[in-house]
Design a protein around this ligand. Structure first.
Ligand SMILES: C[S@@+](CC[C@H](N)C(=O)[O-])C[C@H]1O[C@@H](n2cnc3c(N)ncnc32)[C@H](O)[C@@H]1O
Length: 206
């Protein structure tokens, strides 16, 4: 699994390597642009909202929202990713911190209309994801939404099928979503499959 230094090294070539996997419709980034685009549209349906982006990377999604006047907050643990994103979004509230330890203090001080996480939460195992998602839920405004775009499926059986299909290419150090496993804790959770291996999870605060 990549640690913060690994992501520092990946930062400069990140956008092009993701683009190649998306264009070839292959694991792990098949559907990447469509998934980010759909999340962008969902956020933009509430003009003037606030967004907390978890693992914002080079700011691919956050920058588009920022350019539309959305108040962007974020947490990432790679200094190199933060530097790239900060240059694109000088007024955004971007903080360094490992989300395995939860939100950093400054981000805990308010709630958000949307909390987005694209291709980042698979760095937590399922038990860690549950703890963190519960924390994030507490920082949603009423009617607010957590929007997760990532490698994932509705069921674990589908995820296991991907593992078989990909063989050695499957990254055993990443923990992809099987949405059904989180529904007991988040009854409002919805999952939409968007590509051969990617989807969007929506959790609304009701
Ligand atoms: C695959 S990139 C995704 C970036 C961006 N969200 C996107 O969709 O292109 C994963 C990002 O999550 C960050 N990340 C991974 N594990 C993290 C952790 N434990 N705490 C904070 N950030 C983390 C990495 O530094 C990286 O910027």
């Amino acid at each position: 699994m990549l640690d913060e230094k690994g992501f520092d090294l990946w930062a400069d070539g990140y956008d092009s390597s993701v683009g190649l996997s998306d264009e070839s419709d292959s694991y792990p980034f098949a559907g990447y642009r469509d998934i980010l685009n759909e999340i962008y549209c969902k956020v933009m349906s509430r003009p003037g909202c606030s967004v907390l982006e978890i693992g914002f990377g080079t700011g691919t999604l956050a920058k588009r929202l920022y350019d539309q006047g959305i108040a962007v907050y974020g947490q990432d643990f790679s200094q190199q990713m933060i530097d790239i994103a900060k240059e694109k979004m000088p007024e955004a509230h971007l903080y360094k911190g490992d989300f395995a330890d939860g939100l950093v203090r400054q981000l805990k001080e308010r709630s958000y209309d949307f909390i987005t996480a694209t291709y980042s939460l698979h760095h937590l195992n399922d038990a860690q994801k549950l703890v963190f998602l519960k924390e994030l839920y507490e920082h949603l405004e009423k009617g607010g939404m957590i929007l997760i775009g990532d490698v994932g499926f509705e069921t674990r059986a589908e995820l296991e099928k991907l593992r078989e299909q990909e063989g050695d290419a499957f990254d055993d150090e990443e923990f992809y979503f099987a949405a059904v496993q989180f529904r007991d804790d988040f009854p409002s959770l919805r999952f939409e499959q968007k590509s051969v291996c990617g989807g969007i999870i929506t959790i609304e605060r009701i």
